[in-house]
Design a protein around this ligand. Structure first.
Ligand SMILES: Cc1cc2nc3c(=O)[nH]c(=O)nc-3n(C[C@H](O)[C@H](O)[C@H](O)COP(=O)(O)OP(=O)(O)OC[C@H]3O[C@@H](n4cnc5c(N)ncnc54)[C@H](O)[C@@H]3O)c2cc1C
Ligand SMILES: C[S@@+](CC[C@H](N)C(=O)[O-])C[C@H]1O[C@@H](n2cnc3c(N)ncnc32)[C@H](O)[C@@H]1O
Length: 682
């Protein structure tokens, strides 16, 4: 990195090398040796170029690449920049470091605007330039991070399930006593083999050293290595090109139990990824939050999308309430649900910033207070604060601090999520589909999906009575919540419909000054047009669509537990309005987002699990061709649907995933079939 004229900031959590001509040097190494200018200019519209970097540091390589991309790539091409960083700079540190580079100003201001809560380990997906430039920042050690980009952690499937990396920048180095000295010995043979397995044929790699050991490891991993002169003509560098025929990874033969992991199977893997061409139309069924986010993510990716719903308006199901809270129940335990909650909350908060920045039209980023209404929750909050408060995601608040934030007296301590808030889901849905590549068909109920040689066929009724069909659908995404299991090939889906009623209540003196969202068992958000939309009752096995006084009472008593001065008994229940809809819940509370398994093939291929749940079955899952699900968002649709939509779009397009492989597996709809086989329940 270059040294600017002004004094350097003190950046002590990370080793950053500052040198006079560092910036030009980095351009000379990474951009030039990977021939990015020529390769960017040669791209076509909607093509995607993937860069992998080790060592994000202050993001200068990313900004330099983005700047070059903006000058040379076609307007509708997509840049994916995946970067790994073990010790991320804090936002103030990054701000101080980057403010010294005026030539990057518009770029770094955009980066800073999204650089929130980055200290959380894991995947962080940031999008820029109207969704044409994506940065996937993975906070972890390089080896661990890159392993998460494979299709499975099974040794037979250490290939990405996406198109792979076009160009690598190797720019991480271990800290020595003198941070100016880079220690290149850290790139082990294992790490370079991992990179090779993530690289496209003829993908390239550049780094700042020409150490013999690195050259040797690269050759072994399948790269053709060239030693070239750096910009200063003094230091030799490595430029390498991946030639897959050189890369014959020898897997050890798989014997029962020689592969030890909690998930003994490679079951979620689709053997060969096959991206849907950008010229193919994608159809999405269901125009709630899940369907609208999916349609938008696909349109942003370059697809033409048709979105179908049986209702006369968008967001007619669970997504139709006047206010919904962007929140997730975080867990101090390390499990897939807890991890997914953190990733999806971070992603949703960033995603919705574009809505929140437009006044109160779509909602308010007013902060969310989760109050500790019993000692068990108070203890969990303490644990969560210890885990996350340094990341900026949340803060532990005393009852007094919470009262100041909320503008009302509160008697419980709690957790405060400063970057969250509430939204008007129907307005969000409308804005999402407001895109030239999205066609919306309403008043059309789909009753059946059939596979034909030319693609999927949908049949149903238009305007309740008129027979309707659509054929030759290349790729289909089912996002119609609990109704998915009414479709013939999806009757096995283990989802549950859970009735919920919101209460629409005029403001009262106690609630009028509310400044943040408050959640406990229920929730209340600042009023809009003098009305609150209070949520939400939770009734299993109750298909009734009528508004019930009983549920208003539940909702208002839950609010009374949060706001001490609120007197639920004083409310005139006759005057209240409400709305009933149904959540689509799964047994493990995680959504189902991924390919649709061929249930007969799963039953046949994994039948041995009925006898021995730990048997290693070396076989990839069989899925119905180009059919995907995005359902099961339970009580968290606002939070979960943006990230699940990004995941589905990445699977369909073959572009890099926004989530680690472990979470992609945890969201895979096939998990329920496998679990049932393991318990011998099928
Ligand atoms: C009372 C209540 C309060 C809630 N509060 C919150 C909250 O504060 N925060 C939060 O994050 N989440 C909340 N949720 C959950 C959230 O609303 C859901 O998770 C989310 O709306 C799910 O979106 P979806 O698109 O999957 O389903 P839906 O919004 O139900 O959309 C499914 C769509 O599919 C259509 N459809 C169904 N079958 C067919 C067919 N055969 N043909 C054509 N179209 C079809 C339906 O018309 C519907 O539009 C709440 C839920 C309820 C019930
Ligand atoms: C030279 S800096 C990267 C500069 C950066 N590419 C830029 O353009 O600003 C090297 C970075 O590698 C990171 N790093 C070192 N070892 C690492 C490891 N094992 N895994 C991930 N990151 C690592 C350091 O924290 C440091 O931020």
């Amino acid at each position: 990195m270059a040294t600017p004229d002004s004094p350097l900031p003190t950046i002590d959590t990370v080793a950053i090398r500052w040198s006079e001509d560092g910036l030009a040097e980095n351009d000379g190494i990474f951009l030039e040796q990977n021939r990015l200018k020529q390769r960017f200019s040669a791209l076509h519209n909607n093509h995607c170029f993937v860069i992998g970097e080790t060592g994000f540091g202050a993001g200068l390589n990313f900004l330099a690449t983005w700047k070059l991309w903006a000058k040379t790539a076609p307007a509708n091409a997509h840049l994916h920049f995946i970067s790994v960083e073990k010790n991320p700079l804090t936002r103030p540190q990054l701000s101080r470091a980057l403010s010294l580079w005026p030539s990057f100003q518009p770029y770094y201001l955009s980066l800073l605007a999204q650089y929130h809560c980055i200290q959380n380990p894991g995947f962080h997906r940031l999008s820029f330039a109207d969704g044409n430039v994506h940065l996937t920042l993975i906070i972890n050690d390089t080896q661990i991070a890159l392993n998460q980009l494979f299709a499975s952690n099974h040794p037979h499937y250490c290939r990405p399930q996406w198109q792979g990396v076009d160009a690598w920048f190797l720019d991480d180095f271990s800290q020595t006593k003198n941070p100016a000295i880079k220690n290149p010995t850290m790139w082990s043979a294992e790490l370079l083999t991992t990179m090779a397995n993530l690289t496209k044929p003829q993908g390239t790699l550049a780094t700042f050293t020409a150490a013999a050991s690195i050259q040797q490891h690269l050759r072994t991993a399948g790269f053709t290595v060239e030693k070239v002169q750096g910009v200063d003509k003094k230091k030799p560098l490595i430029r390498a090109t991946f030639n897959p025929s050189n890369n014959e990874i020898q897997h050890a033969p798989l014997t029962a139990h020689n592969y030890s992991t909690k998930q003994p199977l490679p079951w979620p893997v689709i053997a060969h990824y096959q991206a849907t061409k950008k010229s193919q139309r994608v159809v999405v069924l269901g125009a709630g939050l899940a369907g609208c986010h999916t349609a938008r993510a696909l349109a942003d990716c370059g697809y033409k999308v048709t979105l179908i719903d049986r209702a006369n308006t968008l967001a007619a199901g669970a997504s139709g309430n006047a206010q919904g809270v962007v929140y997730a129940k975080l867990s101090p335990q390390r499990h897939s649900l807890g991890e997914f909650n953190v990733f999806s909350l971070r992603y949703a908060q960033d995603y919705y910033r574009q809505f929140w920045s437009q006044g109160n039209r779509y909602g308010q980023q007013c902060g969310v207070l989760q109050l500790a209404y019993n000692p068990k929750i108070a203890k969990q909050h303490q644990q969560l604060a210890a885990m996350f408060s340094h990341t900026g995601l949340l803060q532990l608040t005393s009852a007094q601090q919470a009262s100041e934030l909320a503008g009302l007296p509160l008697s419980n301590d709690g957790l405060y999520f400063p970057n969250s808030g509430w939204l008007h889901p129907p307005a969000v849905c409308q804005a999402l589909v407001d895109h030239p590549s999205i066609t919306v068909i309403l008043a059309t109920a789909v009753n059946a999906i059939d596979r034909q040689s030319s693609g999927w066929q949908l049949t149903g009724k238009c305007k309740a009575t008129k027979p309707w069909e659509m054929s030759d659908i290349h790729t289909l995404v089912i996002a119609n919540a609990t109704d998915a299991r009414t479709l013939p090939s999806l009757q096995w889906l283990p989802t549950q419909a859970i009735r919920g009623q919101v209460t629409l209540m005029p403001t009262c003196p106690v609630s009028r000054d509310l400044k943040t969202v408050i959640c406990g068992k229920g929730y209340i958000a600042p009023a809009v047009d003098n009305q609150h939309c209070i949520g939400a009752s939770f009734n299993l096995h109750d298909p009734c669509t009528d508004i019930k006084r009983r549920d208003h009472i539940t909702n208002l008593h839950n609010v009374a537990k949060l706001l001490p001065l609120f007197e639920a008994e004083q409310i005139d229940y006759q005057e209240l309005n409400g709305r009933v809809s149904f959540r689509c819940a799964t047994l493990d509370y995680l959504p189902m987002a991924g390919p649709v398994p061929d249930i007969n093939a799963f039953d046949r291929d994994y039948t041995q699990l009925r006898q021995d749940a730990r048997t290693n079955i070396h076989r990839s899952g069989t899925y119905l061709p180009r059919l995907y699900l995005n359902i099961g968002h339970g009580s968290r649709g606002l939070c979960y649907t943006p990230l699940c939509a990004a995941l589905i779009a990445s699977i369909i397009s073959g572009e890099p995933p926004p989530l680690p492989q472990s979470i992609i597996q945890a969201l895979n709809p096939a998990r329920f079939i496998i679990r049932d086989l393991m318990r011998n329940r099928r």
